[in-house]
Design a protein. Structure first.
Length: 59
């Protein structure tokens, strides 16, 4: 399910969070993994701060 989290719309993520089936940290890790996988070919991100994103997800 982790890979799917990166592609889910926000309203579905909120439902999973409320049901305790996923967490913002898991969704953030999935998004970071997807960026890491595709950014070398796409060069869509000039700067990425995964640590800051994970801190925000934990807050």
């Amino acid at each position: 399910m982790t890979a799917d989290l990166a592609m889910m719309p926000a309203y579905q993520l909120v439902k999973l969070y409320k049901a305790r089936k996923a967490s913002p940290v898991e969704a953030t890790k999935a998004a970071i993994a997807r960026i890491d996988a595709f950014n070398p070919q796409l060069n869509a991100f000039q700067h990425l701060d995964p640590d800051a994103a994970l801190r925000a997800a934990r807050a």
